[in-house]
Ligand binder design. Structure first.
Ligand SMILES: C[S@@+](CC[C@H](N)C(=O)[O-])C[C@H]1O[C@@H](n2cnc3c(N)ncnc32)[C@H](O)[C@@H]1O
Length: 228
């Protein structure tokens, strides 16, 4: 069960921001959103129906400008990808990539992953990626971090046994605490430090490097039985 505040709203992991799309991206968004998006609210998703195949499905949480999703889809045609962010610009960029490359393996969600997660059946995803999540550095804000106990529990539910949870961050406190949070869940094997070759460097990562921070990639394999 995901954690809510005193009014039972989900504890938000993002800062709301409204930025208008330019005329070109607006047209892309209008033209393609209906066909290639999944709604954040709704009944349990039948992923075979969504993609028209039973290939494995990865979820990218917080796709930002959409650079990774736009590059992953064309080079991994036998893998399905759902990319989610609450910010429209990255969603529109991915839609543009879907059209440019005639992709059938990529879908976007404009919304909050804490809402979307309820739409996934148990053990329905093979990979979940959390790349450069909002750091929420102040101690009183850390309850807003994505890799917190209630969210990790929900990720353990939706991941198949043998599936992988991946984190990349350049905030040392974030990855160290994430290791503890994931270990406490007991659904994952011990963490491995490895960067997948397909994880391209994003603007966000580049900025951190230029400011002297080093990215760290960690992955955890979902083990054992699914939680009930
Ligand atoms: C710091 S950015 C990193 C973006 C991208 N992964 C990269 O590496 O460049 C974090 C992104 O996570 C998104 N995000 C945070 N919480 C989210 C949530 N609950 N649902 C969907 N997206 C979320 C934010 O909107 C933001 O775009």
């Amino acid at each position: 069960m995901l954690r809510g505040d005193s009014e039972n709203r989900l504890v938000r992991t993002f800062r709301p921001r409204r930025r208008k799309l330019g005329p070109e991206l607006s047209k892309v968004y209008e033209r393609l959103m209906d066909e290639w998006s999944i709604a954040e609210h709704g009944p349990t998703l039948d992923l075979i129906e969504v993609f028209g195949n039973d290939n494995q499905v990865c979820l990218e949480i917080g796709c930002g400008r959409g650079d990774l999703a736009a590059s992953f889809g064309p080079s991994h045609q036998d893998t399905n990808l759902i990319a989610i962010d609450i910010h429209t610009r990255g969603i529109a960029n991915i839609l543009q990539g879907i059209e440019n490359h005639s992709l059938s393996n990529t879908r976007v969600v404009e919304g909050d992953v804490l809402v979307l997660l309820k739409r996934f059946a148990d053990a329905s995803l093979s990979d979940v990626w959390v790349f450069f999540p909002d750091p929420w550095p102040k101690p009183r804000e850390q309850r807003r971090r994505l890799l917190r106990p209630d969210v990790v529990q929900e990720l353990a539910r939706v991941l198949k046994v043998g599936g992988v949870l991946r984190l990349a961050t350049d905030i040392e406190d974030y990855w160290r605490k994430s290791i503890t949070v994931v270990a406490e869940n007991e659904s994952f094997d011990i963490p491995e430090f490895s960067r997948p070759d397909w994880r391209i460097e994003t603007v966000f990562e580049r900025r951190g490097i230029s400011e002297g921070r080093q990215p760290v990639d960690i992955c955890w394999v979902r083990k054992g039985d699914q939680p009930t």
